[in-house]
Ligand binder design. Structure first.
Ligand code: AMP
Length: 303
């Protein structure tokens, strides 16, 4: 196992202007691992309830995702998130969050995974994220996500986590909230002084901005005509990004750029259908073709 992903495996009830679905497979770790599975051996550390469906377990297994870290809590139910999007698909409105199994989530890294080289800490309590890092030996690269809730309610724990990670992957509004700076570049520079080597700012359909002390890189979102459900875009981005770095074995500036584009490729597929319908059924030629389409989209000649 090359990439440990800790996060949620959830049921989502999602409404977009293009349709609605009840209790479909979701969760940060499920999206991230499905996406990463095209590039590397990924494993999920998460909890589910007794209502976790066999078909959903099979979907992850068929993608080759290692589920040795997926624990079923007897008598309990899966984390459930209900949300909706208006025509501005960049903004999810949370209608309901049923924590269920998450209230009891105490991540224990399986012994066989303790020397895992790549770690992605999906959005969750920064104390739990730190606890996962306490249990891995000497990972080569650690990236983490977070959200407004933890910035507001667990700032100290989050701040303590930052020096322990290499890359922070957060969205635009969160980077402003965390730093207290309105300007994105100033926000990024300030967050970098708190620990991470790079910051990847997700900007929804507008793409991502990656900032480190040495380099700046901007990638657009892939222009799509059919976007059905943006849920999981951030996590499928993180899966493609980390999966590629994990299979590459290097994280120099060029490798990071390539990984950012592959992350963007995976996110662009993910939003073309609900749940993991599109993301779980891709072929390598499709991924490679969209990677080339990204190159064509952003190429221009020297003056
Ligand atoms: P994103 O990639 O940001 O669209 O994340 C989507 C996934 O995050 C959904 O499938 C949800 O199940 C999950 N999610 C929503 N709210 C939370 C939360 N408070 N904590 C952890 N995961 C969440």
């Amino acid at each position: 196992m090359n990439l440990l992903i800790v996060g949620t495996v959830a049921y989502d009830s999602v409404k977009t202007p293009f349709g609605a679905r009840e209790r479909i497979l979701g969760g940060s770790a499920a999206y991230c691992a499905t996406s990463a599975s095209y590039f590397t051996d990924a494993g999920i550390l998460a909890v589910v309830g007794e209502d976790f469906e066999e078909a959903d377990r099979r979907l992850l297994e068929e993608r080759g995702v290692d589920l040795a870290g997926l624990t079923t809590l007897p008598g309990q139910k899966c984390f459930h998130w209900k949300g909706e999007y208006g025509f501005d698909l960049n903004e999810a409105r949370t209608l309901r969050t049923d924590l269920n199994v998450l209230t009891a989530f105490d991540p224990v890294v399986p012994d066989a995974w303790r020397e895992v080289p790549y770690v992605f800490l999906a959005n969750m309590d920064p104390k739990a994220q730190a606890k996962v890092l306490d249990q891995v030996e000497a990972p080569r690269l650690v990236a983490a996500d977070t959200m407004n809730y933890w910035i507001e309610n667990a700032r100290e724990d989050l701040q303590a986590l930052l020096p322990r990670i290499d890359i922070l992957v957060i969205n635009e509004a969160e980077s402003r909230q965390l730093s207290g700076e309105a300007n994105l570049l100033k926000a990024a520079r300030k967050i970098l002084t708190w620990g991470p080597r790079s910051l990847i700012v997700k900007r929804g359909e507008y793409g991502v901005l990656a900032v480190s002390a040495e380099a700046l890189f901007a990638a657009p979102g892939y222009p799509l005509e059919n976007v059905f459900d943006p849920t999981g875009a951030g996590d499928s981005f993180a899966g493609g990004f980390m999966g590629r770095l994990a299979s590459n074995g290097t994280a120099d500036a060029d490798a990071i750029r390539q990984a950012i584009i592959l992350g963007s490729v995976m996110a662009s597929f993910n939003v073309e259908d609900f749940s993991m319908t599109r993301l779980a059924a891709l072929s390598w030629p499709e991924i490679a073709e969209r990677y080339q389409a990204f190159r064509r989209l952003t190429r221009f000649e020297d003056l």
